[in-house]
Design a protein around this ligand. Structure first.
Ligand code: UDP
Length: 318
């Protein structure tokens, strides 16, 4: 290891976001230990780094704890199933990784002298009563119901990080991640962008939940990863929102994806899931002022790259 080279552990390394962060860390010369149990992450997302001399993979569930010898410069705790579909299909895994897994990741950072970065979520704002959402907004979250396994572990994760900061003097960073999409999203992930693109490529009608008037603000994964690494390298504890502040209705997103793919299949309306937030848009003033970060990739460009990715998966399966 050179003097400037850092040794960084990433939980959830085989996820869409984790794998892009791994790529960026290796590209800047760091040594990376990726941890994943491949519950929702995929081997393919790490295929480009498996033979990299500075990359090691530990196939493990952080909820069970992991042992790493030597010191670490940073622990990035990204691991968790994160799609609303998973809130239904794997709620206990989400509870475990967001609680026990989080404590294990914090203990690992504490033990190895690392800076700890926690991937929190816009879900801590729940069904927001203020718009756009700034970090000072305390949220309107339902402790019960389908989304609560995720929302409440993200809130717990922030509380846990802050407690280790006060009690153990741990150096922490908290990022609140808003809707993020891009290549390496799973096709069966259940979130709106992979759903709409895979449906459009198969010329099936796009599944709009509710009437499609609800809004989200979509951040391209490379922008998201760059923001997170800027936060890591800063001296800002956070929380800091990282997301794209341009807001679209779900119907507008569907129309854009239909146009970009040339699909003529149209849309079909399905029931809205429980506690699905009506509006969501990050206030990114803090990220702009403190990290000098803002997203660069427009939705149309990011979707074009994501469509190419999903098309290549379809082509290779033929
Ligand atoms: N959504 C949709 N069709 C889908 C998947 C999602 O209309 O096939 C809607 C969903 O109800 C929500 C928005 O798209 O209002 C974003 O959903 P996603 O699951 O991507 O993430 P969320 O922001 O809810 O965590």
């Amino acid at each position: 290891m050179t003097d400037s080279q850092k040794r960084i552990l990433v939980t959830g390394a085989a996820g869409m976001l984790g794998s892009h962060i791994v790529d960026m860390l290796l590209a800047r010369g760091d040594a990376v230990i990726g941890v994943d149990n491949f519950l929702t992450g995929s081997q393919a997302n790490l295929s480009q780094v498996m033979s990299h001399p500075n990359f090691d993979l530990i196939e493990a569930d952080i909820s069970q704890g992991i042992d790493v010898s030597g010191s670490l410069d940073a622990v990035l705790h990204l691991a968790s199933p994160a799609s609303p579909l998973h809130f239904k299909t794997m709620p206990l895994e989400i509870l475990r990784v967001g609680s026990i897994g989080t404590l294990n990741a914090l203990d690992l950072a504490d033990r190895t002298g690392a800076t700890y970065l926690f991937a929190s979520s816009s879900e801590v704002y729940g069904e927001p009563e203020v718009h756009p959402q700034s970090e000072s907004y305390l949220g309107n979250v339902n402790t019960l119901g389908e989304r609560s396994c995720y929302d409440e572990t993200k809130r717990f994760g922030e509380a846990a990080a802050d407690t280790y900061r006060r009690d153990r003097n741990l150096d922490i960073r908290i990022v609140r991640i808003f809707n993020t999409y891009g290549p390496r999203n799973r096709a069966d992930d259940g979130r709106v962008v992979p759903n709409f693109i895979t449906q459009a490529l198969a010329n099936l009608p796009l599944s709009i939940y509710g009437d499609g008037s609800q809004t989200r603000s979509y951040c391209y994964v490379e922008d998201q990863a760059a923001g997170i690494l800027l936060l890591l390298e800063s001296n800002v504890t956070g929380p800091v929102n990282i997301g794209n502040p341009t807001e679209y209705t779900v119907l507008q997103l569907a129309e854009l994806i239909l146009r970009l793919t040339g699909s003529t299949a149209g849309v079909r309306l399905l029931p809205l899931p429980q506690n699905d937030p009506v509006r969501r848009r990050p206030d990114i003033t803090r990220a702009q002022d403190l990290l000098n970060w803002e997203p660069r990739v427009e939705l149309q460009d990011g979707l074009t790259r994501t469509i190419e990715y999903f098309q290549s998966i379809v082509d290779s399966a033929r």
